[in-house]
Write a protein that binds this ligand. Structure first.
Ligand SMILES: [Zn+2]
Length: 572
């Protein structure tokens, strides 16, 4: 009788349009009794799905999917929870995320004094001469200004007092500057006589002495010293630490429902480690890795490193990223067409010279790589569109570039339609609108902030592809918080940052699923729940597409499934 019912179900399934390519047989995993949002226009919603091996074999109603349940099937009753395609972090820094989980987290600090206290505690536990590294501070997020202050930034005096012998490097939340103490300045040989490097500056006090802040390219002095200190460890110690970073970043991603991660820039050396770990089956999430090397080095090695779906689809290398044309708005580094409203002497910085980016773009076209370069200010975005347009014109034989511009925080209205025209992808961080919102109007002025800043809805309307992500470790990897910020533009202070640019919930979900799949040339594999796609699935505790706005943040990740395997389970 049971058998006959099974047959009947198959027929009903076939005629009801059950999305099924293989005949029912035992599935390895069935998710049932849920609300499945597939992102597949042919069948946008379902109640259940079946997985065999690493693929989805059926998506349908409860009755349709029951036919796939056998003795060896793991059946998960979702009790009405929400199933969405595995979430894709569209722009993050995988190894930095891992490293950040091993450093002082300065984000919760409410003022400069708290940071000094945290460093003082770290000094107590540090070895002689050991570098103390922290990250995540932002002067405009403090409850009160530091005293004394230069251009809103602290001076190193009291930091140097609590850590006289240990060099200290505190990375700005934007990653576009570091703050150091006297011992560090001494080690890197920076004094009042040191000229500012190209593309950066040493912030100085009234006497011309370095005050501690190293903006943009000036931070390289301190970063190089930390790297040099760390390189003195044994190769075994170094590899063990790198593997720990991979694991920590993976644990963090999985706990947040992330199944694929667009890693915006790693060296060939790090890619070698990823490859080795992919061979061992030890990569925790799927990585879409962008190469970050000089064009000189890339010219020699890009061809040998291009790999697609390596290690059972856990490692793809086919893009050039991280490389930054300009700096961040928080550090007055974003390259603008007109000067900063609150720093009229400056239009920001061109960090990596236009000519070098141009060379990288030519190499990318030559070797079949995608470009994903950071353009934050409206000048930077325009320069990048010009470079991309020029290279596309030189390669009329290629018609599927899908090149990206990262962040796109300030865009001149004349440049907005150029993305769709050129097929360039908007790669935005929804959460930046609300974390920058409280101070960015001072940087840009009200009118420019409204007309050119964080134009998410205009981007979708322009017809170009928009992808999302949080730039971890710059912001928490949390896709739920980012979804909430993207659809509400509600800032911590309770006001809404230009509500006309809010994403709809469908747009926000697309920006985490189908769109980043497309941006990685993986739309045949990922981004929607349909037959034949990879069984990369995220289960959430409640329906973020319909719960009241103020409830969205209560959502928990219940399961993170990659290739049909449950890699994280949480919730109550
Ligand atoms: Zn980034």
């Amino acid at each position: 009788m049971k058998y006959i019912l099974g047959i009947a179900t198959i027929f009903i399934g076939a005629f009801a349009g059950c999305d099924r390519a293989t005949p029912p047989g035992q599935a390895d995993l069935v998710l049932r009794n849920g609300r499945v949002v597939t992102m597949d226009p042919a069948r946008p919603e379902a109640e259940a799905l079946a997985v065999r091996g690493d693929l989805i074999v059926a998506v349908g109603s409860e009755g349709e999917i029951d036919a796939y349940i056998g003795d060896g099937t793991r059946v998960i009753d979702l009790e009405g929870q929400l199933v969405v395609p595995g979430l894709i972090e569209g722009h993050g820094h995988y190894m930095s995320l891992g490293a950040s989980l091993m450093q002082l987290d300065l984000r919760p600090a409410r003022d400069w004094d708290e940071i000094i206290g945290m460093v003082a505690d770290a000094v107590d536990g540090a070895g002689p001469g050991e570098w103390i590294v922290g990250r995540g501070w932002h002067q405009d997020k403090w409850d009160r200004a530091p005293e004394p202050a230069i251009e809103g930034l602290p001076t190193h005096g009291r930091l140097s007092e609590v850590s006289p012998d240990n060099p200290v490097m505190l990375v700005h939340v934007s990653g576009h500057g570091v703050f150091v103490n006297a011992r560090a300045l001494q080690l890197i040989g920076v004094s009042r006589d040191t000229p500012d490097p190209e593309g950066g500056e040493f912030v100085r006090d009234e006497q011309g002495e370095p005050a501690g802040m190293l903006r943009e390219s000036a931070q390289d002095f301190a970063r190089a010293a930390v790297a040099e200190y760390r390189s003195r460890r044994s190769p075994e110690e170094i590899e063990a630490e790198l593997r720990r970073q991979v694991e920590l970043a993976g644990t963090e991603a999985l706990a947040n429902g992330i199944t694929s991660f667009h890693d915006m820039g790693e060296s060939f050396e790090t890619i070698d480690l990823f490859k080795q770990m992919a061979d061992e089956g030890a990569l925790p999430v799927r990585l879409y890795v962008h190469v970050d090397e000089s064009s000189e080095v890339m010219a020699e090695r890009l061809a040998e490193y291009r790999m697609i779906g390596y290690g059972d689809g856990f490692l793809t290398v086919r893009a050039i990223g991280e490389r930054v044309l300009d700096g961040a708005l928080g550090t007055h580094g974003g390259w603008l067409l007109e000067p900063y409203s609150d720093l009229p002497r400056s239009t920001g910085f061109n960090v990596i010279p236009v000519a070098e980016i141009q060379r990288s773009a030519e190499l990318a076209a030559q070797h079949g790589y995608q470009m994903a370069i950071q353009g934050i200010g409206d000048r930077a975005t325009r320069e990048l569109l010009n470079i991309y347009e020029g290279v596309f014109a030189q390669h009329p034989d290629q018609d599927d570039f899908r090149w990206r511009i990262e962040h796109c925080q300030v865009i001149h209205p004349d440049d907005l339609p150029r993305f769709a025209e050129l097929g360039v992808i908007f790669s935005v961080r929804g959460v930046f609108a609300t974390s920058d919102g409280p101070w960015v109007i001072a940087r840009l002025g009200e009118e420019r902030a409204r007309d050119r800043g964080y134009l998410y809805q205009d981007m979708f309307r322009s017809g170009a592809v928009v992808i999302n992500g949080t730039d971890p470790p710059v912001e928490d990897i949390d896709p739920i918080a980012n979804f909430y910020r993207s659809v509400t533009r509600m800032m911590e202070n309770g006001s809404v940052f230009f509500p006309e640019q809010r994403m709809t919930r469908s747009q926000a979900l697309a920006s985490y699923t189908v769109n980043p799949a497309y941006a990685a040339f993986e739309e045949d594999l990922k981004g929607m729940l349909s037959v034949g796609k990879l069984a990369d699935i995220t289960v959430l505790s409640q329906d973020i597409m319909s719960v009241p706005e103020e409830k969205i943040l209560d959502t928990e990740v219940i399961y993170t499934i990659i290739a049909g395997k449950v890699r994280y389970s949480g919730g109550k």
